[in-house]
Design a protein around this ligand. Structure first.
Ligand code: ADP
Length: 485
């Protein structure tokens, strides 16, 4: 990819702008450690500029009073443009995040396109109701946009998770300010530009890269922002919730996880082992819903541990642009240190390292880690309780159904879960017993723009995806009373 294809300024009011401070920050390719670009560092004044642009858009004719049919057409056009530029966007994502080009191009990008198309279909189907009330009155509801929505997204699926928020927010007629993660701002900036090309008027979608504690915090505090849709760590989510209280913003949080992937002895073990392997190693394990606790029934425990370790050992770590690579680079030095630290703690606390555990480089560079499997993990160990956000599996044995439920739910999180069994009754009983926003039965890591995704417990609240979640998050209901006599 040529340097000139990388956009590095703030995208406000359909124009490239420098940060008021003139400051920039470096974004790196984690596979080579090289600086990819210096990107404008949005601060409080820049967020304020973006909010004014978004408010003007909401109040103006071009966006605020645009026909819903036209909004739908624009979203569909944007999906077409993303699809037409998917090679470039996929490469940008790989360079910035370190995930394999295969994952970026063949999984993330098609899912972004599907998301924009799905919500394009929602834009002109948002309607209220007429409600029978007592007395001579006509009562009806209007479903209106919330207003200006700040979308704060993480670095693991930069464009994908941005689309989960931007597409429904625009479909519902809001103006959006997108704050990408400081590690991965590049595809979000290109999205802003493509939205203008699709015909979105100035201010409908603004993109302000910058750091969480400055640009992100300014967005959360700004009185001109009506709602925040956040995906990130549980720790930062709690700060966002506190900060959003001052202006009583509408809030949705999709936070961390420590998801159990539960293998019963009666499962199709080949499928379960494959599913558990991709469940933790897909996306380098930097996945909110990663199946990071693999619970295995004792009767098949040794067999499953050996097979998981064998598959992990065969997982090719390396250059994310190479087609044979299965595990790309960890997103940053900071995240690499964090993952290696958890591996050290796992060993110190007495878990058995069954595979991996080493740092890797390519030509002496890059933030790579082997696919790592810890066996004989006790549920009280740190690696069984804390989200690692890396390619590290904790395998835990269980005795029976009740023990599996107890262990699965022994976590502050509740984002996702997997169940592997051939017993259909057991699968449904388990699905009901697990405290998590998603349950996958005999599969893992499935997503669709039509199916809601989000957390129980400290994994957050509010749902991404699905039309009902979009209406809940990005519209507000007005009740209108009309006296009939
Ligand atoms: P991760 O652990 O995945 O990096 P974070 O929660 O740190 O998750 O970051 C997710 C997003 O939240 C990023 O865009 C980051 O810049 C932003 N962020 C971090 N701190 C804050 C904050 N105090 N207020 C608002 N946004 C923040």
């Amino acid at each position: 990819m040529s340097e000139d294809a990388i956009r590095t300024q703030l995208w406000i009011g359909n124009e490239w702008q420098d940060a008021t401070s003139g400051r920039t920050f470096a974004t790196r390719n984690p596979a080579t450690e090289e600086v990819l670009a210096q990107v404008a560092e949005g601060g409080e004044e820049d967020v304020d500029r973006a909010v004014r642009s978004a408010r003007d858009a909401m109040e103006g004719k071009a966006w605020g009073r645009m026909d819903a049919h036209r909004r739908s057409a624009l979203l569909w056009k944007l999906a077409d443009l993303i699809e037409a530029n998917a090679d470039e966007l996929g490469r940008l994502e790989t360079l910035d995040n370190g995930k394999t080009y295969f994952e970026a191009r063949k999984v993330d990008l098609p899912s972004v396109v599907q998301c924009f198309r799905y919500f394009a279909g929602l834009a002109d189907k948002i309607q209220g109701a007429t409600i029978p009330v007592s007395g001579p009155f006509l009562n009806y509801t209007l479903r209106e946009p919330v207003g200006v929505v700040g979308c704060i997204v993480p670095w693991n699926f930069p464009l994908n998770i941005a689309s989960w928020k931007v597409a429904p927010a625009l479909a519902c007629g809001n103006a959006v300010i997108l704050k990408p993660a400081e590690q991965t701002p590049l595809t979000a900036l290109r999205l802003g530009e493509l939205a203008a090309e699709a015909g979105f008027p100035p201010g409908a979608l603004n993109v302000v890269p910058g750091f969480g504690e400055t640009a992100g915090a300014a967005l959360v505090r700004h009185p001109g922002v009506d709602a925040i849709a956040f995906t990130g760590s549980t720790e930062v989510g709690k700060t966002v919730m506190r900060e959003a209280a001052d202006t009583t913003k509408k809030l949705s949080l999709e936070l961390g996880g420590k998801s159990p992937n539960i293998i019963f002895a009666d499962a199709d073990l080949d499928a379960a082992i494959r599913g558990a392997t991709t469940g933790i190693f897909y996306g380098k394990g930097e996945v909110c819903a990663a199946g990071s606790r693999i619970l295995v029934e004792r009767a098949v425990y040794d067999e499953v541990v050996d097979a998981l370790a064998g598959r992990a050992a065969k997982t090719t770590v390396g250059d994310p642009m190479e087609s044979g690579t299965r595990l790309g680079a960890i997103v940053s030095q900071e995240q690499l240190d964090r993952v290696l630290d958890y591996i050290r703690i796992g060993k110190e606390e007495g878990a058995r390292l069954a595979s991996g555990g080493e740092r890797k480089t390519v030509d002496g560079k890059g933030y790579f880690v082997d696919a790592t499997v810890f066996a004989d993990v006790d549920p009280e160990m740190t690696i069984a309780r804390e989200e690692i956000f890396g390619p590290v599996a904790a395998v835990i044995p269980f005795d029976d159904f009740d023990d599996a439920v107890a262990k699965a739910n022994r976590t502050i999180y509740g984002l996702a879960s997997g169940i592997w069994t051939r017993d259909i009754g057991k699968a449904h009983r388990m699905a009901a017993a697990i405290q998590a926003g998603t349950v996958w039965v005999n599969t893992y890591n499935r997503y669709d723009a039509a199916s809601p995704f989000g957390g129980y417990k400290q994994s957050g609240f509010g749902r991404d995806l699905g039309f009902q979640s979009a209406l809940d998050k990005y519209t507000q209901t007005k009740s209108v009373w009309v006296a009939l006599d």
